[in-house]
Each structure stands twice: as structure tokens, then as C-alpha cells.
Design a protein around this ligand. Structure first.
Ligand SMILES: [Cu+2]
Length: 266
């Protein structure tokens, strides 16, 4: 090697850059990335950036908000742990850094420290466990509700069957009402999820799973099949139209039991 006489740590990027311009010249690569990025940005329609909100953090009903509240506590506890562990790490790295070549004191065992790093994670995990466990029943089973809708997944659409036999490709529900869901599949595994309204419910062939959702306000909410189910998986969108109670009652009263072909994509 040309530079075998040099110490490795003295080889800086600039030097390598100079020796092998074809392989290590990142300026060319970054220029390409910039151009490609600009083209992609320019080609992206504005509607895509004014994106449909499907964030479970932006919950819009009792079930989703309960999930979000658990998530928020777990998140901040994780941030607290990050701060404590990261802080101790930085403190130790600075406080006990090598100052000279003498061998530092060799320490074997420290009961107080060992108890602390056993008890502290135990308390954190028990808190997360308790919080999750005490909310599981509500999130999964929820309060009783007057309306039960059967949700059926199939490659590649969702259908919703109402108590009167009406079947549609869009889920229409009243605001402020607990909607109970019976979820199943006609073929493979799917997962029903409208993130702003509730947790996901697996759709399994030959099995009826139960879930629920609730929307506080009228509006249109979206979701997506959350189980990779085949070539058309991305088209298995979920659309939930939430009406006021009065509008819903009127809409429902006007329905005639009928079977519609699965349609209604976003
Ligand atoms: Cu699917």
C-alpha cells in the first residue's frame, strides 16, 4: 500500500477523496440526489402534501383517544428513561474519562447500583404493564352500543353489512355513538383499521372478531387494510363517513336492504 507508513487514523476523507475520485466523490452523488429530490417534489401534487390525516395520534373518538392516552404516557416514560440513561452515560464518559496512562481502580460489584438498576426498570415496566392492562378491556370490548355492523375483508375491498341487511363499500355511522364491529374475512388475513377512530381488528377467514369504534364529530375518516393480503393490498382502503345522529337516522331509514358490489374507493 502506498500509505502503509502512515497511521491509519491520520487518513482523512479529503485525502481518500483525492486518491479515488470515482468511488469516493460524494459531491456527484449529492448533486444527483438533489436533482431527483427536486423533480419528485415538483411532481408531487399539492393534494398529496395536504395529506389525508390518518394519524392515531390525532384521535377523533373514545376508543382511539384511549389508545392515544396510553401511548402518550408510554412515550413520555420512554423519554424519561432516555434522559436518565443518556444523562448517566454522558456523565460517566466525561467524569471518568482517561486522563493519564495509569490503570484506574478495578471495581467488582456494587450492591446499591445493582439494586438500583434492577428496581428502576422493574418499576417502569410495571407501570407500563398496569397502564396497558387496565385499558385493554375498554379498548378491545368497549361499552355496549346499539349498532353492530359486520365488516368483511376480501381481496381487495371491505364491505359493511348493517342490521337491516344493507351492504355497502363505505362505512357510514352516526357521530357520538358506539359502533360495534363484527369483523371477518372471505379469503385471506386482513386487518380493519381506521386509526383516528379505534384500534385495528384482525379479519380472519372462518372467525368472527369483535371490536368497536366511535367518532366524536361528523366528517370523513380514512384507514387502510393493515395486513399485507396480496397484490391489491394498497387498494383496500377504509372510508368512514360520520354523520350527525339526525342525518344518520334519516339516511338509515331511507335505505333499502340491497347488496352493492364492493366499490367506494377513496
Ligand atoms: Cu387486506
Amino acid at each position: 500500500m502506498m500509505h502503509s507508513g502512515h497511521r491509519v487514523r491520520k487518513l482523512g476523507w479529503a485525502r481518500l477523496d483525492h486518491r479515488q475520485p470515482a468511488l469516493l466523490d460524494f459531491r456527484g452523488v449529492s448533486a444527483i440526489i438533489t436533482v431527483v429530490g427536486a423533480v419528485v417534489m415538483a411532481a408531487t401534487p399539492l393534494s398529496a402534501s395536504a395529506a389525508i390525516d390518518v394519524s392515531p395520534l390525532d384521535c377523533a373518538g373514545a376508543n382511539a383517544c384511549r389508545i392515544q392516552s396510553v401511548y402518550a404516557v408510554v412515550f413520555w416514560m420512554a423519554m424519561f428513561v432516555l434522559a436518565v440513561v443518556g444523562g448517566l452515560l454522558v456523565y460517566a464518559a466525561i467524569r471518568f474519562r482517561r486522563r493519564d496512562e495509569t490503570e484506574p481502580a478495578q471495581i467488582h460489584g456494587n450492591s446499591r447500583l445493582e439494586v438500583a438498576w434492577t428496581v428502576f426498570p422493574l418499576v417502569v415496566l410495571l407501570a407500563i404493564f398496569t397502564l396497558t392492562f387496565t385499558n385493554m378491556d375498554y379498548v378491545r370490548n368497549g361499552p355496549p352500543g346499539p349498532i353492530t355492523i359486520t365488516v368483511t375483508g376480501q381481496q381487495f375491498a371491505w364491505t359493511y353489512k348493517y342490521p337491516n341487511g344493507f351492504v355497502a363499500g363505505t362505512l357510514t355511522i352516526p357521530a357520538g355513538e358506539v359502533i360495534r364491529l363484527d369483523v371477518t374475512s372471505r379469503d385471506v388475513l386482513h386487518s380493519f383499521w381506521a386509526p383516528r377512530l379505534g384500534g385495528q381488528v384482525y379479519a380472519l377467514p372462518g372467525q368472527m372478531n369483535h371490536g368497536w369504534l366511535e367518532a366524536d364529530h361528523p366528517g370523513t375518516y380514512y384507514g387502510q387494510c393493515n395486513e399485507l393480503c396480496g397484490i391489491g393490498h394498497a387498494e383496500m382502503q377504509v372510508k368512514v363517513v360520520v354523520m350527525s345522529k339526525a342525518a344518520y337516522d334519516q339516511w338509515y331509514a331511507g335505505l333499502k336492504a340491497a347488496v352493492f358490489a364492493p366499490a367506494a374507493r377513496i
